[in-house]
Design a protein. Structure first.
Length: 260
């Protein structure tokens, strides 16, 4: 892996003879470390993958356009987060399971005052979820379901019966994206990571609460009508981000852009 755009004094990961090599998990964790947060602060980053022609999925899933190093970074970003925020449609399509504890990050998480694994927070207005799945019945950390005050009461009861914590973040059935971020932060989940899907990311963008985008650019072309990484209504004025880091491995670009 090569660092193409350094923003710190950190030395690019190279072997003694100067050849590129695989970065360790510690090096990846250092490169993607969350910024220092104020006592009442929070940071929402997104992690997405896109083809060269802008597709966020192929045949409805992101896995076909991903790669080995992308999955290592995916795991690293999860290991740094307090909570992984994901839309219900993505849970259904990608077969989400509970986040797991990883020995490689145990000391780092303990030093940061974090539990053994991040919680997963599922954002849903309809509550159309299968609460018999391991995501709800056997997570290491209780799963949260983020919904609106007018969500179907029977489904809310089922979620709680399955062991999930229900978080109300909207006055109607829909979830207010900015309120969802605040509600999670108020529960101590301040280092936030969203993995989409595109509809949820679009809501965070529209609410102007996204602090960082980690975008993998896959060296592939798919054509077709696949979604972009963010969907929904457009913003009035495009949001400008600043590049923080660009890494390269096997033709994939691993980029990070932060709020200016």
């Amino acid at each position: 892996m090569r660092r193409l755009f350094p923003v710190t004094d950190q030395t690019p990961a190279r072997s003694q003879d100067g050849a590129d090599r695989e970065w360790s998990l510690d090096e990846l964790a250092d490169a993607y470390a969350y910024p220092a947060l104020a006592a009442d602060g929070h940071w929402l980053r997104a992690n997405m993958v896109s083809t060269l022609d802008g597709a966020a999925q192929h045949d409805g899933r992101s896995q076909p356009i991903s790669g080995e190093t992308d999955m290592r970074i995916f795991g690293t970003l999860r290991a740094l987060a307090d909570v992984v925020v994901v839309g219900a449609e993505t849970v259904r399509q990608e077969g989400y399971r509970p986040a797991r504890a990883r020995e490689a990050f145990a000391a780092r998480r303990e030093a940061a005052g974090q539990g053994p694994a991040p919680a997963v927070a599922v954002v849903t207005a309809s509550m159309d979820l299968d609460f018999s799945l391991p995501l709800f019945t056997s997570p290491l950390v209780p799963t949260l379901v983020v919904t609106g005050a007018a969500a179907p009461s029977d489904r809310v009861a089922q979620a709680r019966a399955a062991g999930a914590e229900v978080v109300v973040a909207g006055e109607g059935a829909a979830v207010d994206a900015a309120r969802a971020v605040r509600e999670l932060a108020d529960r101590g989940l301040r280092r936030q990571l969203t993995e989409g899907g595109p509809r949820l990311l679009g809501q965070f963008v529209a609410a102007d609460v996204l602090d960082e985008l980690c975008l993998t650019i896959s060296p592939t072309l798919t054509a077709g009508g696949a979604q972009r990484i963010a969907g929904g209504p457009s913003v009035t004025v495009p949001h400008r981000l600043a590049p923080a880091c660009v890494l390269e491995e096997a033709g994939f670009l691993f980029t990070s852009y932060r709020r200016i």
